[in-house]
Write a protein that binds this ligand. Structure first.
Ligand code: XLS
Ligand code: CA
Ligand code: CA
Length: 460
């Protein structure tokens, strides 16, 4: 990656390339734990973690909330010709990405380019900005993790996009998705995401739920077929979220989406993009959603952020909790690590974090938290105690009648007849506290020893 990119002017003056300085550094604009080239089990931290910056939060959102006006009013956000502003925003984004050292970014079509008066003009705008993004990608080495279409912001989507009761709106959604797929292909995007914020309902009294889900599946299949016919080799992601903005969203959680994908025969092409805050809104731990996807072979990518357990909404804060990142990275490692996916910071600084350095510090904190999580997770995996405990816990299914049961060679009557011979059973400790302590011990090991002195962990 080029040292850093500054376009026609510098948008983040006073901030240079963010570097690793180690845990004792008191420089807020340095990494304390994320050391991109550091090898963890034969692979660099950078290649394990595959960090991406979310264009919509970091370069488009302006800090407004339902009670107040914009607080993050950078010059590229308003007050000029929309296409000129979009190019300035692109330069600001590439300056930020390269100063931070993030390898990837993600966008919605409308983040990159303004909507035009017609679908054709919108498409021209998007492809013009995508061509400029392609030049900047080539100059810097930054890559597109995934693209997506914003099928929720415009008024026309207030009753849904692919699930809208009016066919005309479904056609508009198709125009956006087709162009967004073209732009993703032009930028060698490694994935294409569908997040269905308006694909659900506010009231069942006005909704044909069965028909809407069929329309959603039909739409996804059409998008897949279009992209594949254009040579797209990447992964399609569905991003589950249970609610907000719609009261009930069809892509509720990983388990629901898995059932949907399998029911409609889409599971060969689609994987999960799992967001921490959405897991929480669905009443799950982030770790649960990751393990559930991995167990079904549907793990793909991550939107890395955190919610606030005291708020019932999607606060999209930067991840800072080392236990959460450890459990998440343990699940990611168990799933075989990221291939086309990565850790996309779908997170924004708070409304009152108004200095440009706040945006850097937020990402630094998130990257450091995942670096610690990776180290601790690798330690847990290399040490093998958790995995050994779990496999031992199920050992009664490894041979004899237990194995016959697993192979489907037993009927209920035979299984029931075995009960008498087993006397008391089921009084074995689950050892939850011991295992929880192991996780904390791994964190202690990788954070109290200065990280550069941690002995290399054997690859296995
Ligand atoms: C909103 C979603 C959204 C998707 C991309 O809650 O997280 O930002 O990640 O459309
Ligand atoms: Ca997200
Ligand atoms: Ca979110």
């Amino acid at each position: 990656m080029a040292d850093y990119f500054v376009g026609s002017r510098e948008y983040f003056p006073g901030v240079g390339r963010i570097r690793y300085e180690g845990p004792e550094s008191d420089n807020p604009l340095a990494f304390k734990y994320y050391d991109p080239g550091r090898m963890v089990g034969g692979k660099s931290m950078k290649n394990h973690l595959r960090f991406a910056v979310a264009y919509w939060h970091s370069f488009c959102a302006d800090g407004r909330d339902t009670f107040g006006d914009p607080t993050h009013a950078q010059e590229w956000k308003s007050g000029g010709d929309p296409m000129t502003l979009a190019e300035q925003k692109l330069d600001a984004a590439f300056e930020f990405l390269t100063k931070l050292g993030a390898e990837f970014y993600c966008w919605h079509d409308r983040d990159l380019a303004p909507e035009g008066a017609t679908p054709a003009e919108s498409e021209r705008n998007l492809m013009a900005l995508a061509a400029k993004a392609r030049e900047r990608q080539a100059a810097t080495g930054v890559k597109l993790l995934w693209g997506t279409a914003n099928l929720f912001g415009d008024v026309r989507y207030m009753n849904g996009a692919a699930t809208n009761p009016e066919f005309a709106v479904v056609a508009h959604a198709a125009a956006q998705v087709k162009a967004a797929i073209d732009a993703t292909i032009l930028l060698d995007g490694e994935g294409y995401t569908f997040w269905g914020g308006r694909e659900g309902y506010m009231s069942l009294l006005n909704t044909d739920l069965k028909r809407e889900k069929e329309h959603l599946a039909r739409f996804l299949a059409m998008a897949r077929d279009y992209a594949r016919a254009r040579g797209f080799k990447g992964v399609f992601y569905i991003e589950p979220k249970p609610m907000e903005p719609t009261k009930h969203q069809y892509d509720f959680d990983v388990e629901t989406v898995a059932g949907f994908l399998r029911h409609y025969g889409l599971d060969a092409d689609f994987r999960m993009n799992i967001e921490a805050n959405h897991a929480e809104l669905a009443g799950h731990d982030f770790h649960h959603e990751l393990e559930t996807a991995a167990a079904m072979g549907l793990f793909g990518s991550v939107d890395a952020n955190r919610g606030d357990p005291r708020c019932g909404w999607d606060t999209d804060q930067f991840p800072i909790d080392w236990r959460d990142t450890t459990l998440a990275m343990y699940a990611v490692l168990r799933a075989g690590g990221f291939t086309t996916g990565g850790l996309n910071f779908d997170a924004h600084v708070r409304r009152n974090s108004v200095d440009p350095s706040d945006l850097f510090e937020a990402h630094i904190g998130g990257m450091d938290a995942f670096a610690v999580g990776l180290e601790a997770a690798w330690h847990l995996q290399a040490e093998g105690k958790l995995a050994a405990f779990v496999s031992d816990r199920y050992r009664s299914f490894d041979s004899g009648d237990g194995a016959r049961f697993e192979r489907g060679e037993m009927k209920l009557g035979e299984l029931a007849a075995l009960a008498a011979g087993y006397g008391t059973a089921g009084r074995t400790s689950g050892r939850q506290e011991r295992l929880e302590n192991l996780v904390n011990q791994a964190l202690g090991t990788v954070t109290t020893v200065p990280i550069r002195d941690v002995p290399p962990i054997a690859h296995f």
